[in-house]
Design a protein around this ligand. Structure first.
Ligand code: IMP
Length: 430
């Protein structure tokens, strides 16, 4: 690692599912601490390591390396039941989870009424639904901003937790019953269950900003692990079809209590084509056999929900926006091998919107039809790149594809992933 670069953010540059988990796992070796700053168990990825497949949702993939400290930051929303399940599953596969996993006391807790509201709203919205993961993410961030949320530290304070749960049930039960026709919750049962979660998690609850800043001051190297992608950011994404947190690198500062000067490099993870789950505009979406080919070959089905992902060609305007919003220093390009069999590969270089050319993603919402993506069509390589590890060995057309991305975005591609395993990676010396 170059002098002075100790702390690196690894963020999703598209609509999530870019393969961040593999990249984080791959780079982990060089870091001492891996910290998440936003989102919850709406994220999900599988890390393949030897013959084992580890499913991770809340816990950073750093946990698979026994000597890394993993931190769940204050900007996250945590479902304790999901966290304990994940811990149990990982332990059953031989992963050590002791003092190497800490949780910020200010992270917010997802409660059953958040989940119920998420699902009820989506059901009621019909065709206008967002297509959320149904995990209660949005309603929990609403409670946080409304200043009535339950925080992780409240789980070990019976009096505060009782008051907060009683207040929330008094407010949410009528909403669930009268507006959505759903059953109410009993605050007493909920209190007992969440106090038990608090007891089990107590030893991990800590002052997150102090912990991470102590690590930084001691010169330990920190990786900030993003979840979802830039276009799902609540401020800068394709609102309202977004998640409810700040997925872009700015979220590191608020979601962990880390000052900007401590973020030394940003690696943007981008898939060699585009996918998205849930509703919202998707200018390069394919609904033909090419889209189906990408879905099948890329195994584009949600890790959390199993939903088939929408697929489309590479979209440079969204990557330009993402690069601007995140200050991306390097790109990790994933799933290049999924494009191996195409004769021709269109790359969207801009949109034409009402006669005007757009090189970046417009921050206002437009109907899908209005985008009119402009494509530059390049020759496919029609050779297997799956599993390749050397840049020079890649077919010329595949290298051209990478170079076009670099030229258009003015950012270097430092990592190319050619398969799900750690070793199926091209690492370029820049
Ligand atoms: P929520 O985060 O469950 O509220 O879902 C809001 C939107 O973000 C939906 O379109 C989801 O499909 C999308 N989303 C949330 N998490 C992920 C993810 O990890 N990958 C891809 N899309 C996601």
């Amino acid at each position: 690692m170059k002098d002075g670069i100790r702390n690196v953010a690894v963020i999703g540059a598209q609509w999530g599912d870019e393969g961040k988990g593999k990249i984080v796992d791959l780079l982990c070796e060089d870091f001492d601490v891996v910290a998440r700053y936003q989102g919850g168990h709406n994220a999900g990825h599988t890390v393949k390591f030897g013959d084992k497949h580890f499913a991770l949702r809340l816990i950073p993939s750093g946990i698979l390396h026994a000597d890394k400290l993993c931190i769940l930051g204050n900007g996250m929303v945590i479902d304790p039941e999901a966290l304990l399940d994940e811990m149990e599953n990982l332990r059953a596969m031989g992963v050590r989870i002791e003092e190497n996993l800490k949780i910020s006391e200010s992270a917010h807790v997802i409660l059953p009424y958040h989940r119920a509201l998420d699902l009820a709203r989506e059901e009621a919205a019909g065709k206008a639904k967002i297509g959320t993961t149904g995990r209660g993410i949005g309603p929990t961030y609403e409670s946080k901003v409304a200043r009535t949320g339950v925080r992780i530290a409240d789980l070990i304070d019976p009096e505060v937790l009782r008051e907060k749960i009683e207040f929330a049930c008094a407010e949410k039960n009528p909403l669930l019953e009268t507006v959505y026709g759903k059953p109410p919750f009993d605050p007493k049962d909920m209190l007992d269950a969440y106090l038990r979660f608090g007891e089990v998690l107590a030893s991990r609850i800590t002052d997150g900003p102090i912990l991470i800043n102590e690590q930084i001051r001691a010169g330990r190297k920190v990786m900030f692990e993003g979840a979802q992608g830039a276009l799902l950011d609540v401020d800068h994404g394709t609102y309202p079809f977004v998640t409810s947190s700040n997925t872009i690198v700015g979220g590191v500062c608020t979601g962990l209590g880390v000052a900007p000067k401590h973020i030394h490099k940003v690696i943007g993870v981008a898939k060699a084509y585009t996918t998205r789950v849930g509703g919202g505009a998707f200018p390069t979406e394919l609904s033909d056999e090419h889209g189906e080919h990408l879905r099948r070959r890329g195994n584009e089905f949600g890790t959390v929900t199993g939903r088939p992902r929408r697929t489309g060609w590479l979209d440079l305007p969204i990557l330009r926006s993402s690069s601007m919003l995140n200050g991306i220093d390097e790109i990790a390009l994933t799933k290049l091998d999924v494009l191996d069999e195409f004769n021709e590969i269109p790359i969207c270089t801009s949109y034409r919107i009402r006669g005007k050319e757009w090189k970046t993603y417009p921050s206002f919402m437009l109907e899908h039809q209005a985008y009119d993506p402009q494509y530059r069509v390049v020759k496919g390589w029609k050779k297997a790149t799956a599993g390749m590890t050397s840049y020079e060995a890649l077919p010329q057309a595949a290298r051209d594809y990478v170079r076009i991305i670099e030229d258009e975005l003015e950012v270097k591609v430092s990592i190319i992933s050619t398969g799900p395993r750690r070793e199926e990676t091209v690492l370029r010396r820049l």
